[in-house]
Design a protein around this ligand. Structure first.
Ligand SMILES: [Zn+2]
Ligand SMILES: [Zn+2]
Length: 175
């Protein structure tokens, strides 16, 4: 599969995909909303009121460090649909100057969500934090130039990008 054109504005990309994904959700992969999730200790809970827009694997070194494994798998929420429902007082954020802000539970360390440093309406959630089927599947690998040497990329047929995908989704430079 290929991206249909390069997005020109910050929000054009997720909005385009959102329309298509909602059609997909009428199929067997559809899940019920709100989508619910939370952290390891269970004190922070969140909900997403509409279907997730799309998902990806990110192999940047920043994602390797924050997850402790070879890549992150995260899904984009539609603007205005993500809400922390319990434990907001337990959230802390890592705010690198040049990338998305990562919010995590101080009690157990779990990632809860990431928010664009350029447009706070853009929020993605770690797929592993979602309770059941998130309704979307990772559709690409990004920052594969930084992939962990100890885990070869799977032969899954998904498109691969050496650096960030051509949109505002990129968290920032790898280091
Ligand atoms: Zn927790
Ligand atoms: Zn990353």
């Amino acid at each position: 599969m290929a991206w249909e054109g390069t997005p020109k504005t910050m929000l054009e990309y997720p909005v385009q995909l959102g329309a298509g994904m909602k059609r997909c959700l009428n199929g067997p992969m559809g899940e019920s909303t709100p989508i619910k999730g939370g952290c390891l200790c269970g004190r922070v809970r969140f909900q997403v009121s509409e279907p997730l827009l799309e998902a990806e694997y990110c192999h940047c070194k920043r994602c390797q460090r924050r997850t402790g494994t070879f890549a992150s798998a995260s899904a984009m929420t539609a603007p205005g649909t993500f809400h922390v429902t319990e434990g907001e007082e337990l959230l802390s954020a890592f705010r690198p100057g040049d990338g998305w802000h990562d919010y995590f539970c101080r009690e157990c360390g779990s990632d809860i969500y990431a928010q664009s440093h350029e447009d706070p309406r853009l929020i993605c959630v770690p797929m592993g934090a979602i309770d059941g089927d998130p309704g979307v599947r990772p559709a690409l690998h990004q920052y594969v130039a930084y992939a962990a040497p100890w885990d070869p990329l799977p032969d899954d047929g998904l498109p691969r990008y050496d650096d960030g995908i051509p949109s505002s989704r990129a968290r920032g430079p790898s280091f």
